[in-house]
Design a protein around this ligand. Structure first.
Ligand SMILES: [Zn+2]
Length: 194
């Protein structure tokens, strides 16, 4: 077995580190967590944030009660949602007129490896933010664009591609690798896919 390395600083792990530890120190653990939950400033700056339950129900950051993807009164700032202890993580509402679009690629990640079809779609996109769905098996590609309605493409292998830009909320997982913290224009990609 090779020498274990800290996933944050790539330094050697302490000899007495727990078997499942990924980082060498509390400092690296915090830094890794911050890096994994980083989101583009363009999303952070909008009051479109909610919490989500473990089974992906959107929740209000202030009360923990169900939130609605069509009622802005149930949304919050990123700071408020990130600080909230309700639910299991963050969600973001795609609101009409924001021109924020998400490509939701189902069942494309296994053991951290991206399926070829999904890698091809990601490669076709200009560098843009992407995160791994809470289940760990899906990829959300974020960008700028507008759709008049949600779209769904079922692939021959049973996986699906969905695209939304309004009336939906996205349950955020963690940043995909070192995905850039920007939203690129996905208009051309949407035109070719949908
Ligand atoms: Zn470290």
């Amino acid at each position: 077995m090779g020498e274990r390395r800290c996933e944050q600083c790539k330094g050697p792990m302490p000899i007495l580190a727990r078997a499942h530890a990924l980082t060498c120190s509390p400092r690296c653990r915090k830094a890794r967590s911050r890096a994994r939950t980083a989101v583009p400033g363009e999303l952070r700056g909008r009051d479109r944030w909610v919490r989500r339950s473990a089974d992906k129900v959107p929740l209000r950051a202030d009360t923990g009660r169900p939130a609605s993807s069509t009622d802005p009164a149930t949304w919050a700032s990123h700071g408020e949602a990130a600080a909230s202890a309700h639910g299991a993580g963050l969600g973001y509402v795609l609101a009409d007129g924001d021109d924020v679009v998400v490509l939701d690629l189902d069942h494309c990640l296994s053991g951290g490896r991206l399926a070829l079809w999904a890698a091809e779609i990601l490669a076709a996109c200009p560098p843009t933010f992407a995160e791994v769905s809470p289940s760990g098996t899906g990829l959300h590609i974020w960008g700028r664009g507008r759709l008049d309605r949600g779209r769904r493409i079922r692939r021959p292998d049973g996986a699906a591609i969905e695209a939304y830009s309004s009336g939906r909320y996205i349950a955020l997982g963690h940043r995909y690798g070192r995905a850039p913290l920007v939203l690129a224009d996905l208009g051309d990609v949407l035109d070719s896919l949908l």
